[in-house]
Design a protein around this ligand. Sequence first.
Ligand SMILES: [Zn+2]
Ligand SMILES: [Zn+2]
Length: 263
Amino acid sequence: MRSLKLNLVDNARSFIEEALSKAIQAENDPHQWKFAIIHLVQGIELSLKELLRNEHPLFIYKNIDNPKETVSPKEAINRLNRIWSFELSEDENNSLTMAIILRNNIIHHEYEVKPLEVKAAFAKLLGFLVDFHRNHLEDPIDTYIDQNLWHAAIEIEKYGQELFRRAQERLKGKDFASEYILTCPKCGWNALCAPEYLNEGACFVCGHREVLGFCDRCEKLMFEDDVKECGDKTYCWDCFVYLTDDYWHEDGRGKDRGRGQSA
Ligand SMILES: [Zn+2]
Ligand SMILES: [Zn+2]
C-alpha cells in the first residue's frame, strides 16, 4: 500500500502547487483564478482522503467491498466522523461547503470571475488547507511544497487575513451583534451581515450582496433559501417545525398563541 500513500500525497502536492502557480498568474490574468480554485479544491479533497487512508487504505472507497469509486469530500468527513468522532469546526465546515459549491459553479455553470471575491475565497480555502494539514496530517504543507510557491501562498493567505481584519474593524464600528453576521457564500469569510430587519446584506470582505431573511419568532438571520414562510410570517427551520407540528394542525391556533392565552 506504500505506492498508494505516495500517490495520494504526491497528487495532493501537485494540485496544491498548480493551484498556487495559477494564483500567481491570476494577478495579471484574472481568468486563471478559476483554475487556481479548481486545483486547490482538488488538493483539499485529496488531503481528506489521505486522512482516511491513514486509518485504513480501503476507507477512501465508497464501497469497501467493491473498491472502485472513491468518496466525495462530504462522504469523507462523514466517514471520519463515524470512525473516530472527527468533526470539523463550524468555520472549517463552511469553508469546505464553499469549496464544493465554488468548484461546481466553475465546472458546471457560467462562472464570472470577480477578482476580489475569488482571491478572498482562495485565501480562505488556503488557510483551511494549511490548518487541516497542521492539525490532522503528519507533515505540515510547507515541508513538501516548492519554497517559491510557498512564499506566494503565505502572501495570499496574509492578504485574506488582512481583508478580514479590516472587515472586523469596520463591523466593530457598526456594532453588529455576532448573530447578525453570516459566512459569505462567495468568499467564505464570516463577514456578511445585514442591519437589523433590512433584507439585503453585504459582505465586508468581498463586497458581495445577498438577500437575507429574519425569523419572526426567534429573530435569527438567514439566507433567503433557508427562510420558511407560513401565512404572512417568515421563520427559520427550527421555529417552522416547532410551530407547525401536529398540535397546531389539530388545534388550529399555534403553540405560541395558545401558550400566551393560557398564561
Ligand atoms: Zn464575501
Ligand atoms: Zn426561528
